[in-house]
Ligand binder design. Sequence first.
Ligand SMILES: NC(=O)c1ccc[n+]([C@@H]2O[C@H](COP(=O)([O-])OP(=O)(O)OC[C@H]3O[C@@H](n4cnc5c(N)ncnc54)[C@H](O)[C@@H]3O)[C@@H](O)[C@H]2O)c1
Length: 290
Amino acid sequence: MPVISRGEVSYVTGAASAGIGRALVELLVGQGGLVIIADLNAEVGAKLASELNEKAGSMVAIFVKTDTTIWEDQLAGFEKAVQSFKRIDYVFANAGIAEHPWLPPFNPETAASRPIVKPDLATANIDLTGQLYTAALALQTFERQEIGPSGFRGKLILTASVFAYYPSRAMPMYAASKAGIINFMRSAAQYYSTKNITVNAVSPNLVDTPIAPDVLFVPFRERKLLSNIDLVIEQFQKFLGDSTINGQALSISQDHVWAHPPDTYMFEENDPACDLISVELFKLFGDSTK
Ligand SMILES: NC(=O)c1ccc[n+]([C@@H]2O[C@H](COP(=O)([O-])OP(=O)(O)OC[C@H]3O[C@@H](n4cnc5c(N)ncnc54)[C@H](O)[C@@H]3O)[C@@H](O)[C@H]2O)c1
């Protein structure tokens, strides 16, 4: 399994709770890495950073209070990371929330007496826009630094979900956001493939974390339908260090792991037009990428 080089720096969003982000932070610090923890939860995030520093006997973790949906918050976090640790080798766009219903429940009997409401897009704001802000900062930071100890300018890893591929009647905003993340990842991986930058994603099914109230997990525990967090973290690890994997999404459900290869859904006759769109758009954008 690839490992990071000692002293490499990671920026992890959504790492304050006892979930996937925190497990990532523990893995990275355990491998001799330095971490920036960016999260909304200042109390828990700051405590985590100081515990890690105390245990290491040196500054290995910095907490920055960040709302990932606010560009200026994320920009300040990246600036703090570069100021403190000089560069960022890995960025984990991980902060996310479970579905907030975007519309009231369907009920034709009461609908006519209710006003039409503006949808609640909180899920998409955090799970899509927030992660895209993180990605934009990561890619521009990588562009501004030399190749690092593991042989890359930097690596971006996004936390998606199996619902990027599976429709979910209860989670349309979550599914839309995670699907957006996956095709963004594939597109960015294509663009950066010649630029010493890798972009990948991990797509778990339900993992027992504070993302949802405990009651939601009860039937999954009973039916052994939860995915193991250690197995999820192992998939992130496959993209670290000198791994050259790019443009891949690794999915996890219970103890199964499978890879989603680069998109091959289209029929062959569609390829030349898709490729020519990139060539012609780059001309319009003034970008010398082929
Ligand atoms: N737990 C699961 O079943 C599961 C499955 C698939 C994918 N995921 C994804 O994994 C990621 C992490 O989820 P988790 O299960 O560890 O959840 P979690 O609730 O344990 O952790 C999420 C963290 O993100 C932080 N956060 C939320 N909104 C934020 C914002 N706007 N700005 C900054 N921080 C914010 C929270 O404070 C929390 O610390 C999410 O993207 C989630 O969609 C989770």
